[in-house]
Design a protein around this ligand. Structure first.
Ligand code: PLP
Length: 389
């Protein structure tokens, strides 16, 4: 079992930062790496040809290991989840009357792209709502999605867990159905990969897209995508020099090269060698591998479970154990709680969480400890007291 890792971060002790789903803090070692790399640009002759390739290859290797992919060349560096999703949408082969299945209120970077596709190509977008049910949300919602996938489905695009409240989808059964219907399965892993185990071999998605600044503990404007065999001969968003064969031979770049490097290389963003951000993200993922994602998840679950019980006792609604992740969960507030007051109390006690509709989203990591949850719960208790109404 992991111990609290707060000494590796610079969060002030009096702050209860339970909002990694908004943005992770940087590890101290990652921040130092970034500062060091910034300085190198002041002496540009210290940046060599191998700096364009090797740190990136190390990054791909680390991410491939994190998601259990054998071939790091299936990983492409992307600047945002929206970029990685656009690559997918640009390469989907559709039959007339096709449909795209998404879930209600999924993150915009995994919605607008599909909306545009159906507007341009004349298909249908099927937005699967959470069924009104007393049953386990993850189970009921997965069943509703399964019902919407049919022979006309070109893509099922969703995340492993819902970004707003952490509802977990059963990706194994969704993969079975999409395979049977010859539909692509495209996963946005931004709110899960790095904190909740994800195994590409086991789930076999066609693509997995992750922004880097949340659970990968990386800097903003970084991300990584896995593209499976379906995309091997596809068309990238842009044509850049580095994705072509033998781009390492700078002297020869004037002799244009018509072949791409293999697998997902063609989908890497221009200026992907980013000398500051790439080593930072690589250092962050190396730390995740060292901790082990299963251990990170176990730490978050163990830490949050007593709070979950107390919240339930106070009348809050939370997802049932098996479908609730330890690192990101929604708390639906009872009617008697005044949200504005709760918000004030959180601000006064430096508790950071996100409000989403009638629920709050709590997202701890290994830098959190019991005190953070105690402070969080005390705000609830104070808010419940009659003097507040
Ligand atoms: C599920 C999910 N995907 C993606 C993103 C970020 O998208 P982008 O990198 O396109 O800004 C977020 C940000 O909150 C998110 O919650």
């Amino acid at each position: 079992m992991l111990d609290c890792q707060s000494d590796k971060f610079s969060l002030p002790e009096e702050v209860s930062y339970l909002n990694c789903a908004y943005m992770s803090p940087l590890l101290k070692q990652v921040a130092s790496k970034g500062e060091f790399q910034v300085q190198r640009k002041s002496i540009p002759y210290s940046i060599h040809v191998n700096d364009f390739y090797e740190p990136l290859q190390d990054l791909k290797q680390a991410f491939a290991q994190l998601i259990n992919v054998d071939n790091p060349d299936r990983i492409a560096p992307i600047p945002a989840a929206s970029y990685g999703m656009s690559t997918v949408a640009n390469n989907v082969v559709m039959q007339p009357g096709f449909n795209i299945v998404v879930v209600e209120e999924q993150f915009p970077s995994n919605y607008y792209v599909w909306e545009r596709l159906v507007m341009e190509k004349g298909g249908e977008i099927r937005v699967v709502k959470l069924p009104q049910t007393e049953r386990v949300r993850g189970l009921a919602w997965t069943e509703a999605i399964l019902e919407q996938i049919d022979e006309q489905t070109a893509v099922l695009a969703l995340s492993h867990i819902h970004w707003a409240d952490g509802t977990q989808f059963d990706l194994i059964s969704l993969r079975e159905k999409t395979k049977a219907c010859d539909a692509l399965l495209v996963i946005d892993g931004t709110q899960s990969v790095g904190a909740l185990p994800f195994d590409v071999e086991a789930i076999q998605p066609d693509a997995l897209i992750c922004a880097g600044y949340k659970w990968l503990l990386g800097p903003y404007s970084t991300g990584l995508a896995y593209y499976g065999p379906y995309f091997d001969n596809g068309k990238p968003i842009e044509e850049n020099w580095i994705n072509r064969q033998e781009s390492e031979d700078f002297k020869n770049l004037v002799n244009y090269q018509s072949n791409y490097k293999p697998f997902a290389h063609r989908y890497g963003v221009g200026e992907q060698s980013n000398f500051i951000l790439v080593p930072m993200l690589e250092a962050a993922i190396t730390q995740l591998l060292e901790w082990d994602v299963t251990q990170i998840q176990a730490y978050c679950k163990t830490l949050s479970t007593p709070a979950v019980e107390q919240l339930k006792a106070m009348g809050c609604q939370l997802e049932e154990e098996t479908y609730r992740s330890g690192h990101l969960f929604g708390v639906r507030l009872p009617k008697q709680i005044d949200q504005a007051k709760l918000q004030q109390l959180f601000a006064a006690h430096q508790v950071f969480i996100s409000f989403r509709g009638d629920a709050i989203r709590v997202s701890p990591h290994v830098y959190n400890n019991e005190n953070d949850f105690q402070t969080f719960l005390q705000c609830f208790e104070q808010c419940m007291q009659p003097k507040f109404f």
